[in-house]
Design a protein around this ligand. Structure first.
Ligand SMILES: *Cc1c(COP(=O)(O)O)cnc(C)c1O
Length: 413
C-alpha cells in the first residue's frame, strides 16, 4: 500500500465577515503560540484558569460562583448547561431559527425516556417537551413566553438570547420574568451575544444557566473555551439529581477552575487535560475585552452595523435582522434566488459571507472583530461588487458618498 503524504496545509487569510467564527485577534494567537508548557497542572496554568474565571464573571456581570469555560465550541457549553435535564423532565423550549432549533433537538434528546428515544433515536419527540416554534425572522417575545409557561408550568424553560440563524434578538427580560413568575429554571443560549452586547447576567434572575462560545464575541477561536455560568439553584438541582455525564457535569468541570463545594479555592484540581495554549489564549481574549470595555464594544458594533445596514439597503437589499454583529438580508427582487451564487462568488475571493443554514435562503454579513472604518468599508465595497457581478446596480458613487459621510475620506481607503 502506498502512503499518501499531502503537501503542508496552507490556509489563506480571509475576511471572516460571517455570523461566526470571527477572525481571532493576533494578540490572542500570539498568546496561544507563545505558551511554553504542556503541563496542565502547572501553577501558572492553574493560576491562568482562576484569573480567567474571575475576568469572565466581570465581563458577564455576575456573582455566580459556577462561572468558567468548557473546552470546545458553543455546543460544548450548551451540552453542559443541558446536562441536568433528565429523562421525563418537563421542558418548554422557544425556537426561532437554526441554532435554537438544534438546542430544541438537544433538549428533546436529553428529556426523552428510553422508549421515546428508541422510537426515533435521532429526532425524538418526548411527551414532556413542548417546542414553541416562532417563525424565522420573528422574535420570541415576553408575551409568547408568558403564555406558554403559564399553560405548561415546566421545570425548565429554554430560549436563545440572539438567534444567529436569522439575526434576531429575543426578549431576555420577558423570558427571565416569566421564568420567575412560573417557577421554571431558565436556560439561555448566549453564544452570539457574549462579548458583543452590553448585558449583565445578574439582571436576569429567572435564568439559571447561560452558555456561550469562544469564537464569536470573544474572538478566541483557536479551539479554547465555551463560557458557562450557573446560578446556585441549578447547582443544587444537579447535586440532588445528578447528570448522565462526567465530563460535562458542571460540578465536576468547575473543579479544575478552582471551584469546589460551591466555593472558590486557590488552585484547581484535575478534571480533564487542559491546554496551556488554550488557557493563555482565553485569558488574553478576556483581558482584551475588559480593557476595551463591554459598553464600548457594544457601541462600536451598533454604529458600524448601522453603516452596513444603510449601505446594503442603498443597494436594494431588505434587512430583516436586529442583531448588532450581523446583518441578514434579502437580495434585491431581480436577484432573488441567486443567494448561493453570490455567496460562493464572494467566498471564492476570500470574502467570507454566509447564507442562512435553514430556510428561507437569505444572505448573512457579519462584523465580528471587524468594527473599524477600514474593514466595514472593504466589506461594503466587496458586497457592492458582488451585486454588480450578478447584473445588479453596485451604485459606486452613492456608496462612496455614504462611506465618506460616515467615515471621512482618509479612514476608509
Ligand atoms: C454559533 C452558534 C451555536 C453553535 O456554536 P458552535 O461554536 O458552532 O458549537 C449555537 N447557538 C448559537 C446562537 C450560535 O450562534
Amino acid at each position: 500500500m502506498t502512503i499518501r503524504i499531502f503537501p503542508k496545509l496552507e490556509i489563506p487569510q480571509t475576511i471572516a465577515a460571517g455570523p461566526g467564527p470571527g477572525n481571532t485577534d493576533p494578540r490572542i494567537l500570539d498568546a496561544f503560540a507563545n505558551a511554553g508548557l504542556a503541563d496542565h497542572m502547572h501553577g501558572d496554568v492553574l493560576r491562568g484558569m482562576v484569573e480567567s474565571k474571575i475576568m469572565l464573571r466581570q465581563l458577564w456581570g455576575t456573582k455566580n460562583v459556577h462561572t468558567f469555560g468548557v473546552a470546545g465550541t458553543g455546543w460544548s457549553g450548551l451540552d453542559t448547561i443541558f446536562s441536568a435535564i433528565l429523562p421525563g423532565d418537563t421542558v418548554v423550549a422557544f425556537t426561532n431559527g437554526t441554532f435554537s432549533g438544534i438546542d430544541g433537538l438537544t433538549l428533546r434528546i436529553k428529556a426523552a425516556t428510553r422508549e421515546e428515544l428508541a422510537a426515533n433515536a435521532l429526532d425524538p419527540k418526548p411527551a414532556s417537551v413542548t417546542i414553541i416554534d416562532v417563525p424565522h425572522g420573528q422574535p420570541v417575545t415576553g408575551e409568547i413566553v408568558e403564555a406558554a409557561l403559564k399553560e405548561h408550568k415546566p421545570k425548565w424553560a429554554f430560549m436563545a438570547h440572539w438567534e444567529t440563524g436569522s439575526g434576531i434578538i429575543n426578549d431576555i427580560s420577558g423570558f427571565s420574568e416569566a421564568c420567575q413568575k412560573y417557577g421554571a429554571m431558565g436556560l439561555v443560549d448566549a453564544v452570539s451575544s457574549l462579548g458583543v452586547e452590553d448585558f449583565a447576567i445578574d439582571d436576569y434572575p429567572g435564568v439559571s444557566a447561560w452558555a456561550s462560545c469562544p469564537q464569536k464575541g470573544l474572538c478566541c477561536l483557536p479551539l479554547t473555551y465555551a463560557p458557562v455560568s450557573f446560578r446556585d439553584d441549578y447547582i443544587e438541582t444537579l447535586r440532588t439529581n445528578g447528570a448522565y455525564s462526567f465530563v460535562h457535569n458542571p460540578i465536576f468541570e468547575a473543579r479544575h477552575w478552582g471551584i469546589i463545594d460551591g466555593q472558590d479555592v486557590e488552585k484547581g484540581t484535575y478534571h480533564r487535560t487542559h491546554s496551556a495554549y488554550a488557557v493563555a489564549a482565553f485569558h488574553e481574549s478576556l483581558r482584551l475585552a475588559l480593557n476595551e470595555g463591554i459598553d464600548n464594544r457594544a457601541k462600536a458594533y451598533r454604529s458600524h452595523e448601522a453603516v452596513l445596514r444603510e449601505a446594503v439597503s442603498l443597494l436594494g437589499c431588505d434587512v430583516t435582522s436586529t442583531m448588532s454583529s450581523l446583518v441578514v438580508l434579502n437580495l434585491p427582487q431581480q436577484l432573488a434566488g441567486r443567494e448561493m451564487e453570490l455567496v460562493q462568488n464572494c467566498r471564492g475571493r476570500n470574502f467570507g459571507i454566509w447564507p442562512t443554514l435553514s430556510s428561507p435562503v437569505q444572505v448573512r454579513i457579519g462584523l465580528l472583530n471587524l468594527t473599524n472604518a477600514k474593514a466595514v468599508s472593504q466589506i461594503i465595497r466587496l458586497f457592492a461588487q458582488a451585486i454588480e457581478e450578478l447584473g445588479g446596480d453596485g451604485k459606486h458613487e452613492e456608496i462612496e458618498a455614504l462611506l465618506d459621510r460616515h467615515y471621512g475620506s482618509k479612514d476608509n481607503a
